[in-house]
Ligand binder design. Structure first.
Ligand SMILES: *[C@@H]1O[C@H](CO)[C@@H](O)[C@H](O)[C@H]1NC(C)=O
Ligand SMILES: *[C@@H]1O[C@H](CO)[C@@H](O)[C@H](O)[C@H]1NC(C)=O
Ligand SMILES: *[C@@H]1O[C@H](CO)[C@@H](O)[C@H](O)[C@H]1NC(C)=O
Ligand SMILES: CC(=O)N[C@H]1CO[C@H](CO)[C@@H](O)[C@@H]1O
Length: 477
């Protein structure tokens, strides 16, 4: 009976899935966007004529000269007097090749999205049901591995740029910068003409540490970001070419969004890769990317959250658990209704000292993840790592990798207005459904892990993939 049922469900899911592929395929014929967002067409296009053409190659190595030394007339002169020179067509064709490569990648992903056989046997993504469109994701990932190149600006002094925290709740910020800069990652290019995207490698966490004066004024951070963009837009032609649309910044610190307000194009055009992805504060999932907040105290995942047989077999006597400070719009409601109310659902304000936070996570079926001051919380990844189904209690939070993952296959989202009914809602989830969510949760874990060095499909690569998707949706010719 069970087998029949699960097969039946699988068949149902499969047909929905195939149906959606067909739909995506039909829609994608007239647009270039992918995955879920293809339904809300988002395509930035920059007709050649609108782009300020910048032609400041200085003779030698395709390096740009500092335009402070070059007046507008000189630029025009260089353009008109050197149209027949050998170097210029070479450079233009390199940019063209970048765009052509992206065109091929788009075509290949569209083809994969319409090919249902592609999902059947896939060693790399063995559990297709957790993805919105597994075959499109897989092809897109392979195309990314084959082509994607990031140029990292060299401007800026350490530690504010080229460095970041690797050992705190904001560790993902430092780890990403480190991967891009220190390791010989194949995704980095030193030739800006071969790049698909340009990275602004400053760390908002370090800006807060070194520039913030403790007076609730984020101005020094904004000044830094705005100066940084001025510097790179003067020194190089790339920012002005697209008003920053093929550039990205990355921040896990809560003040990432505030810092990005320094420059209106950074805020409204660039790809902002942020933990604090609050859609009512300008986070725009069609161009911005949510970064998972992964807490690495001491640089590692807490030993109790590492994958192990004991974790897998851990008994789960508690229905649901929460402990944490009461701040932000949601937690007071949760605490008001559930703080120490029900023995099945341990809900604390601060956990009493003699109790162990991770023991509770490992012994609960569900873990409440209410947003606090900010929408993001490291609890979400902690819950994933401890195999405790996250119960997302948040408004306007764009979940990490929701461009490719189906969060409803491994988490529960409850509307804040339903908080009084939480127990009822969780009790109504059948054992089969719970086991299914948990299997999926165990499976998606690898997408949220930060490895040193990174592994395929881990948090570093999934983040890079989300950036790659945003770039695919940007057509530059
Ligand atoms: C880009 O635009 C800014 C402001 O419009 C200007 O100051 C800067 O010189 C431009 N950069 C280049 C390389 O032309
Ligand atoms: C972004 O664009 C909106 C609408 O055009 C505008 O109101 C807002 O001020 C812009 N944001 C910034 C930070 O400039
Ligand atoms: C998200 O942004 C809105 C608008 O600024 C704000 O009212 C809300 O509190 C934010 N959510 C969180 C959890 O910070
Ligand atoms: C103004 C300018 O930069 N002119 C250059 C055009 O290209 C030739 C070589 O092809 C250079 O020698 C000129 O300096």
């Amino acid at each position: 009976m069970d087998k029949f049922q699960s097969r039946y469900t699988r068949f149902g899911l499969m047909s929905i899935f195939i149906g959606s592929i067909a739909l995506v395929f039909v829609i994608s014929r007239c647009s270039t966007s992918f995955f879920d967002y293809s339904l809300r067409k988002f395509e930035f296009s920059f007709p050649e004529s609108e782009l300020p053409r910048s032609v400041y190659t200085s003779g030698e190595q395709n390096r740009v000269v500092d335009s402070r030394d070059v007046s507008q007339q000189q630029i025009l002169f260089i353009r008109s007097s050197n149209t027949s020179s050998q170097r210029k067509p070479k450079k233009l064709s390199r940019r063209k090749m970048v765009e052509q490569g992206l065109g091929k990648a788009r075509a290949s992903i569209l083809e994969a999205a319409s090919n249902r056989d592609a999902t059947l046997f896939n060693i790399d993504l063995p559990n297709p049901q957790v993805y919105r469109n597994p075959s499109a994701l897989y092809r897109s990932y392979l195309e990314m591995e084959k082509r994607f190149k990031v140029y990292v600006y060299e401007e800026g002094e350490r530690p504010l740029a080229h460095d970041g925290p690797c050992k705190s709740v904001y560790a993902v910020e430092g780890r990403f910068i480190t991967e891009m800069e220190k390791r010989k990652t194949k995704f980095r290019t030193y030739d800006p003409d071969q790049a698909h995207v340009y990275f602004l490698p400053f760390s908002v966490t370090w800006l807060v540490r070194y520039l913030y004066e403790g007076n609730h004024d984020a101005k020094p951070l904004r000044t830094f970001a705005s100066d940084y963009i001025r510097l790179i837009s003067i020194n190089h032609p790339f920012w002005n070419r697209t008003s920053g649309a093929d550039h990205f910044m990355l921040a896990c610190h809560d003040w990432g969004p505030l810092t990005s307000k320094a420059n209106k194009d950074l805020f409204n055009k660039s790809i902002r890769v942020l933990c604090n992805a609050n859609s009512s504060e300008g986070f725009n999932p069609t161009k911005d990317v949510t970064l998972p907040e992964v807490s690495l105290h001491g640089g590692e995942v807490h030993p109790q959250l590492r994958f192990s047989k004991t974790l897998m077999a851990s008994p789960r006597p508690h229905l649901a658990f929460f402990a944490g400070g009461v701040h932000g719009p949601v937690r007071p409601i949760l605490l008001k209704h559930w703080k120490q109310r029900d023995p099945d659902m341990p809900v604390f304000e601060y956990l009493p000292k003699h109790l162990n936070y991770y023991d509770f996570m490992r012994s609960s079926k569900f873990c409440f993840c209410p947003s606090g001051y900010e929408v993001a919380s490291p609890r979400v990844t902690e819950a994933i790592f401890s195999e405790c189904i996250p119960v997302i209690l948040s408004v306007n939070f764009v979940l990490p990798f929701s461009d490719v993952l189906r969060w409803d296959t491994f988490s529960v989202q409850v509307d804040v207005s339903e908080i009084p009914r939480l127990k009822e809602i969780l009790m109504s989830i059948s054992d089969e459904k719970y086991e299914w969510l948990k299997r999926n949760l165990r499976y998606v874990r690898r997408h949220f892990e930060l490895n040193d060095p990174p592994k395929r499909f881990d948090a570093f690569h999934m983040t890079l993939h989300s950036i790659w998707l945003r770039r695919l949706n940007l057509k530059l010719t």
